[in-house]
Design a protein around this ligand. Structure first.
Ligand SMILES: [Zn+2]
Length: 267
């Protein structure tokens, strides 16, 4: 099988899995979020080092009519709390919050510090490798990490209601903490709030040749299969790849009649 055919095959498998019929939770009518024909864009990895790029992406999204975005902020990259390191970022986030964007917590420092369980390592590597911050943390360490991240936002004037784990790498310990401390948290396939909403996030990948080859196909196909809530994830690194930018442009053009909302709006 040549690489292009293999990429197409992997893309089809991923799309089929992600857009399989909703699970029992949703089928039983427990969904409370109003999710009709909405577009919810999450911009990942907002931190001092990516601020310039994030500002450009946010402006670019506005050109497509996306007037509400959820900004996923890393509280302490390299263990330096962002408000002290970059007051400029804190001010920009306040401006964005005033304009209608939502601010959410994206881990603590976005780096895995302990190896995860042996059997889970291949999955974690696929999800995000070194970014799988919570993969090796026990219950106490996960709770402390989440709490430390929340403390970084205290006193900034930013209202943080939600959480997304780096690389969407969740553990049982982390899940147990989040329900008590946040109004919502999101996995790759589900938005968890007062109830669960099954909706896969469309993500581009840049960390391997296979992800770079397949993910634009998955995102474009997935967008056509998202009849109600369309979750689109963007990372600053996506914009180093012309095929990725072209795929996102196509999705946003087709989503112009959707209402742009934040995750806070949905919960
Ligand atoms: Zn991230």
């Amino acid at each position: 099988m040549n690489p292009a055919t293999a990429a197409d095959s992997v893309a089809r498998d991923l799309i089929s899995a992600a857009f399989a019929p909703a699970d029992d939770v949703t089928a039983q009518g427990q969904v409370t979020c109003d999710a009709a024909t909405r577009l919810v864009v999450a911009l990942h990895d907002v931190e001092p080092a990516t601020l310039r790029r994030c500002i450009e992406i946010r402006d670019w999204l506005r050109d497509f009519g996306v007037d509400r975005v959820t900004l996923l902020v890393i509280p302490a990259p390299r263990l330096h709390p962002f408000p002290a390191r970059s007051p400029e970022l804190a001010y920009w986030l306040l401006d964005r919050q005033d304009a209608g964007d939502a601010i959410a917590q994206h881990g603590l420092h976005h780096r895995q510090t302990r190896p995860g369980p042996l059997l889970a390592r291949p999955v974690r590597r696929w999800q995000g490798g070194a970014a799988a911050e919570y993969a090796g943390l026990g219950a106490e360490a996960a709770a402390e990490s989440v709490a430390a991240g929340r403390r970084v936002f205290e006193g900034t004037g930013l209202h943080v209601r939600g959480f997304v784990a780096p690389a969407y790498a969740y553990t049982g310990a982390l899940r147990a903490v989040l329900g008590e401390r946040f109004d919502w948290w999101a996995t790759l396939l589900t938005l968890h709030a007062s109830a669960a909403t099954r909706s896969p996030a469309l993500c581009l990948g840049t960390s391997s040749p296979l992800k770079r080859a397949v993910s634009p196909l998955v995102v474009r196909a997935g967008a056509t299969l998202s009849p109600q809530l369309l979750r689109l994830d963007l990372h600053p690194a996506d914009f180093d790849h012309p095929r990725h930018v072209a795929a996102v442009e196509r999705v946003l053009e087709r989503a112009r009649d959707r209402v742009a909302v934040t995750y806070d709006d949905l919960c």
